[in-house]
Design a protein around this ligand. Structure first.
Ligand code: 0WE
Length: 258
């Protein structure tokens, strides 16, 4: 049944009301899940305040900082989760970052440190969070991460993020293989382009969206809530036989030859 009542779900990656993670959190809440929201901590606590106000209507029972570049913070956040919830059923990973310079121009000019940053924040973070949540998923569970077509095709300007997403999709398979015996399923959703804080910072994103609107079978882009619905399905018993999969939620764009 698509009913997540009694399920504890951690949602990472909400930055504002355009975040895909925000669409996911809303649909998980609608399905009855108990939410724990994590946010990217900054010194001034500006993000904390903004995200707290946004998510308040979803009544999260946990609201914790989770900067994946800070091992101490991850440790203490998951200690709190263990203490307050005991078990976790669902982990939503919606985190990615590359330096802006590395999202245009020649891919061959990507610096070592830029490559490291993109892979650390966008790829390793899934492995890291899966490792942290594994001992807490005592009744099985579902992990969902977000990918993009740039993982499997050379998309203009996506560059080092394409490599990071390819690594992410491979990590989904290795995690699914490791965690399957514990009845933890691990899947990715490959979403079509959506205007968010991350994508709006990218030159040419509007042209890409217009192209999808012309070419995709559904002649439109997808919404955050549609990604949220597919995520909710993957987290539910309706998807009990699905793991290690990359599910395209892209209005059909991926099948097209132009
Ligand atoms: O995965 C993404 C977003 C990735 C992303 C975007 C930014 C912009 C601002 C990661 N890091 C940063 N860092 C910044 O400073 N998408 C699928 C959206 C996206 O990003 C693109 C795209 C699309 C689509 C980048 C280049 C080309 C297309």
């Amino acid at each position: 049944m698509l009913n997540l009542t009694g399920k504890n779900a951690i949602v990472t990656g909400i930055a504002n009301n355009r975040s895909i993670a925000w669409g996911i959190a809303q649909q998980l809440h609608k399905a009855g899940a108990n939410l724990g929201i994590t946010y990217l901590s900054d010194e001034k606590g500006k993000m904390e305040k903004k995200v707290a106000e946004l998510v308040e209507p979803l009544n999260p029972t946990l609201f914790l900082p989770c900067n994946v570049q800070n091992d101490e913070e991850i440790k203490s956040t998951f200690e709190t989760v263990a203490e307050k919830w005991g078990k976790v059923d669902i982990l939503i990973h919606c985190l990615a970052f590359a330096n802006k310079d590395d999202l245009s121009g020649d891919f061959s000019q990507t610096s070592r440190s830029g490559f490291q940053t993109a892979l650390e924040v966008s790829t390793y973070s899934l492995v890291q969070l899966a490792g942290a949540v594994k001992p807490l998923m005592t009744e099985g569970g579902s992990i969902v991460t977000l990918s993009y077509l740039g993982a499997v095709r050379a998309m203009p300007n996506y560059n080092v993020m394409g490599v990071a997403k390819a690594g992410l999709e491979a990590s989904v398979r290795y995690l699914a293989s490791e965690l399957g015996p514990q009845n933890i399923r691990v899947n990715a959703i490959s979403a079509g382009p959506i205007r968010t804080l991350a994508s709006s910072a990218v030159g040419g994103i509007l042209d890409m969206i217009h192209h999808v609107e012309k070419v995709a079978p559904l002649r439109r882009t997808v919404t955050q809530l549609e990604v949220g619905n597919a995520t909710t399905f993957l987290c539910s018993d309706l998807a009990s036989g699905i793991t290690g999969h990359v599910l395209y939620v892209d209005a059909g764009y991926e099948i097209m030859g132009m």
